[in-house]
Design a protein around this ligand. Sequence first.
Ligand code: HEM
Length: 419
Amino acid sequence: MSNQPASRVANYSFMDPNVMSDPYEFYEVLQQEQPVYLMPETGMYMVTRYDSVRQVLTQPDVFSNDTSLAADKSLQSEHAQKYQSILEEKGWGHVQTLQRTDPPEHSRYRKLLDRVFTASRVKELGPSVDNISDELIDHFVDRGSCEFVSEYAMPFPGIVIAEQLGLDRSKITTFKRWGDAMLSMATRIMSEEEVIATAEIELEAQHFLADIFEDRRANPQPDLISALVHAHGDDMAPLTMHELQNLMHQLITGGFETTQSAISHAIWLLVRQPELQDQLHSDPAKIKKFVEESLRWESPVQGLFRVTKSDVELDGTMIPAGSFVIARYAAANRDADKFECPHQFDLSRKNAGAHLAFGSGPHFCVGAMLARREMTTAVGDLTRRLKNIRLAQPLPDPVHEFSIAFSPIAKMELQFEKR
Ligand code: HEM
């Protein structure tokens, strides 16, 4: 008889909604037994150790962001083609920009966005971010209860990014519907009918945005769309309509679900560890640390994709060229080799800021400064104005909606007292 301990990996599957919703035990088993895990259900390689995830993110010559290199191996390649042909026929098919490109092509797009998402611009946005947060809280503070996701966590970052794109705040629900549609193909398996219906929603967004691009071309305003439409110079040709549409797609999908989820998770944490509410209220200087540790502890983006450009060995596993790899940021952020007692939420953790929740390397989140600003405002305002924040109803079981890349919380009914 063999003395080898039985592998625990086979006891879990990411297709199980309970595992997907609370994956941390499985991540730990993978880190110990199969740190580069060939997912039997998808044929993709999931990378879970901190150092290896960083390696994937910082070696674009080996791990490419251009997933079209292995389009035939994507999760629903036939549906993806159908989706693309509907967009091409009635609007603008997806082209590869920014997050879907590698250096040096990536640098051209990135330079453009870095000019817009500067520290001084985020600082300038501060008062408007504060007003949006306060106004949303005004709507429910006297009621003593709210549905937190639809009344705060969704509209707060939604209005911030909508206003940055020069869109009207009253369109927030439509905007959310567009964002959800744009994310669908990357996050869940859909039927053909759903693919067609979802493409139609994205087309609605594309035509709306195309009109705004044309308007800003003629009448520039101090917003992001004007900056992008007029962005050209010695080093770059003006962006085409296809490129503009694709960049909008990334800003809407990148800035919306992620921050909504980050804010929801931060508040859920305050509900589960209520002593933190008073600690942050009496010592707001701790809020920044709280935000970093909460991004480490429950990363809103669990993992994103790369494609290998050559055969590569990682953690003892040979990954063939042309394979899909998932860099699992959320697993890396709970790696015991990097973070002591990784499953413990620890406000005094020294290296919380070393988390990979915003990625690393050339594609490090362009909106990280803005997202951090939104999160500190949210936690600061909510702990300043509300106390004894608690669940009015238990969260669903499992808590998160099924998603391969994210960890969405759909609803959170809260009760509280006004401070
Ligand atoms: C807490 C909130 C957020 C989280 C957790 C997050 C997470 C991430 C991650 C992990 C990446 C790296 C992608 C990769 O490795 O390929 C990324 C990139 C990106 N994010 Fe964010 N993000 C957040 C907020 C935002 C916001 C507010 C915006 C826009 C306003 C934004 C726009 C983008 C864009 C455009 C990229 C692509 C950058 C590139 O490829 O160079 N994100 N984000």
